[in-house]
Design a protein around this ligand. Structure first.
Ligand SMILES: [Zn+2]
Length: 261
């Protein structure tokens, strides 16, 4: 057992493949639901045809539209939601892994979790929902999307950047834990050589041992040499404020100043 695993807080005692089996069951359930609603009309158990038509008419006539969405949007692209039955990565509860205290105790473990998530996102494709939202944003200049997702799939679907705010940050942005350095749109995979894995290794499968990575081999700040961390909002953290809050976008939209450039 790698020493990096032993320092994690609240580590539940679960069979090695438990998280993987949970995820497989969750993924097959998502696929089943998706197959049910794959036609042009939604299934009667989800939404009535009348409601669907009324929503479509209302959407077409609306100009100022705000959408809020989260992990469910990307589930059909195969991105784990890490909630409910799929709330585990290996044997770790993600709600205890995606925290400042877990990173402080074992940055190599938390970084490997995020390296896995970056890899999954880069290998996933935007689904029809991402594409529909991007298309809506192109047709409706005052449409604005608040995304809780950090996977970048909306952006890859062509969602205009001025019409979306990823309030929980991005898997492809990192910031220094010591200075104010921030890097955006870093799509390198693996992010550092220490995160490289053979092609046949699925890091979500607990049968593959995690690496014990020295802290100096984790992503480092090019300005001060400090440890970088994913520029995402972890459990127990507030949404970005002050200098870390993105300019424009959501604030402008709420103040009615939002206009297409
Ligand atoms: Zn720094």
């Amino acid at each position: 057992m790698a020493s990096s695993q032993e320092a994690t807080p609240n580590r539940p005692q679960l069979p090695p493949n438990f998280a993987n089996e949970l995820w497989q069951r969750f993924a097959s359930e998502q696929k089943r639901k998706l197959a049910e609603t794959a036609g042009t009309q939604p299934s009667s158990s989800e939404i009535s045809a009348g409601d669907y038509a009324a929503f479509t008419t209302h959407l077409k006539s609306a100009t100022r539209i705000l959408a809020l969405f989260g992990a469910g949007l990307s589930a059909a692209s195969g991105i784990p939601t890490f909630r409910g039955a799929g709330g585990f990565w290996r044997e770790y509860d993600c709600m205890t892994l995606a925290t400042p205290s877990a990173f402080a105790k074992d940055p190599a473990l938390v970084w490997q979790f995020y390296s896995y998530r970056r890899h999954c996102s880069l290998n996933a494709k935007p689904n029809k929902a991402h594409i529909a939202l991007a298309e809506l944003a192109k047709r409706k200049p005052e449409f604005f999307a608040i995304s809780q997702n950090i996977d970048g799939l909306c952006q890859r679907a062509g969602h205009p950047p001025e019409n979306i705010q990823a309030i929980h940050g991005s898997l492809f942005s990192n910031r220094c834990t010591k200075c104010h350095y921030v890097e955006n749109d870093n799509f390198k995979d693996p992010l550092v050589p220490a995160f490289a894995l053979p092609d046949d290794v699925d890091l979500a499968d607990a049968k593959f041992p995690l690496k014990s990575i020295p802290i100096e081999d984790l992503p480092r700040c090019p300005d001060c040499g400090g440890l970088l961390r994913p520029n995402v909002v972890w459990f127990g953290e507030s949404l970005p404020s002050g200098r870390r809050r993105p300019r424009g976008g959501l604030d402008e939209w709420f103040h009615g100043e939002f206009r297409e450039e």
